[in-house]
Ligand binder design. Structure first.
Ligand SMILES: *Cc1c(COP(=O)(O)O)cnc(C)c1O
Length: 390
């Protein structure tokens, strides 16, 4: 585990760069998130919901045919089997419980592809809380099934109609809403991004992934440490969760895989550590894909969850310090890895997770290595994309 300092910095990255008007909201959270999440009533509720609602612990599955293919030992951490089909719900459950303890009655979120919106709407339905999800008008058109899901779950989806009508504009609307409702509203951020304390809070909620891996690996192999842990990185929450309890174990190689989109040199990519420079995005200092004068560049990835021009500050630090190896996979490479896993193991992965799977091609593993790969989500949501490429 790696915690930020009291100002929310991991090395030189992190912090809280927010408008003055938002200080009271963020301050309230910062002053309370640790106390709440360490209380025994929170722990009890959180672990019971993870068990009985999400379906945890998720299996750590020894992928026999995939292991044979790469001549090593590959275990898949099956976050695709979580309720709603991905790891995101671990975090939304944690945050909704914090919000309840803070006496909040209203939950807001912003979403791009709709995955985080659905995870948020799900936990609001579970808890009987009002849920408002801001979404770019363009994304509402592109992501109709997720909009329908959110509405069916009782959420109100509000279109962001300014600017490029996408995630960035939805984020602005959500921040405006939060400023106007400081007392009764909690803003659920969906990855290890945003101002302190969000990156740390989200990493802690997702850390259940590596906590389980350790225990399950010990049962399966007699040792609790793998040689490698691989995860894809959009903002970096599934990777933070999969790495968390291994960060201090220097013998465990951590491998983060970003989306190269059409290729690193194509101008259509989302590989932030490869193409970005230090800057401030969404309230914290990290690597950002931007022009020389600080305009954020439009990212591209075939997978909506990785199509983000930044990366959480924890990952910026893991990259800069060399603790984690960062690599990237293109759209085409991710597609090929998704088809490979489907045929070899009978598991259709999310396109995001398929990027992590492609890292298997790029690495040279030894026969006795123990590789754990975080399969962050299932591929049902990506079927339309897969069908196009068959
Ligand atoms: C959202 C999403 C991601 C990317 O988010 P992180 O915060 O980087 O984990 C990865 N995989 C799936 C299945 C997702 O839905």
């Amino acid at each position: 585990m790696l915690h930020p300092d009291k100002h929310g910095y991991y090395g030189e990255f992190g912090g809280a760069f927010i408008p003055e008007m938002l200080h009271p909201n963020v301050e309230e959270l910062r002053n309370n998130y640790l106390k709440i999440s360490r209380s025994s009533s929170f722990k009890k509720q959180f672990s019971q919901l993870l068990k009985n609602y999400v379906g945890r612990p998720t299996p750590l599955y020894y992928a026999k045919r995939l292991s044979k293919q790469y001549n090593t030992n590959i275990y898949l951490k099956r976050e695709d089997l979580c309720h709603t089909g991905a790891h995101k719900i671990n975090n939304t459950i944690g945050q909704v419980l914090v919000a309840q303890q803070l006496g909040k009655k209203r939950i807001i979120a912003e979403t791009g592809a709709g995955q985080h919106g659905v995870a948020t709407a799900t936990v609001c339905a579970l808890m009987g809380l009002e849920c408002i999800v801001y979404m770019g008008e363009k994304d509402i058109e592109r992501q109709a099934p997720n909009v329908a899901r959110m509405q069916m779950l009782g959420a109100t989806v509000i279109p962001a109609t300014s600017g490029s009508k996408t995630l960035k504009d939805a984020t602005n609307e959500a921040i405006r809403d939060w400023i106007n409702h400081p007392d009764d509203t909690h803003y659920i951020i969906g990855s290890v991004v945003g101002p302190h304390p969000y990156p740390d809070m989200v990493a802690r909620f997702q850390s259940v992934i590596s906590k389980e891996i350790k225990k399950q690996l010990k049962l399966a192999t007699g040792k609790e440490l793998p040689t490698h842990v691989i995860a894809c990185v959009g903002g970096g929450s599934n990777a933070a969760g999969a790495f968390y309890h291994f960060i201090k174990e220097k013998k465990v190689q951590l491998i983060a895989v970003e989306a190269a989109g059409c290729g690193l040199d194509s101008g259509r990519s989302a590989a932030t550590t490869q193409l970005g420079t230090p800057g401030v995005l969404h309230g914290s200092k990290s690597f950002v894909m931007q022009t020389k004068d600080g305009q954020v560049t439009e990212p591209h990835s075939i997978s909506a969850g990785l199509d983000y021009p930044g990366i959480g500050p924890l990952h910026a630090h893991l990259y800069k310090s060399g603790r984690a190896v960062f690599m990237s996979a293109t759209d085409e490479e991710a597609l090929s890895a998704a088809f490979e896993l489907s045929k070899l193991e009978g598991i259709i992965p999310a396109l995001e997770s398929a990027h992590a799977l492609f890292a298997l091609h790029k690495m040279a593993f030894k026969k006795n290595d123990v590789v754990v790969l975080c399969l962050s989500g299932r591929g049902d949501k990506d079927l339309a994309t897969y069908i196009k490429s068959i």
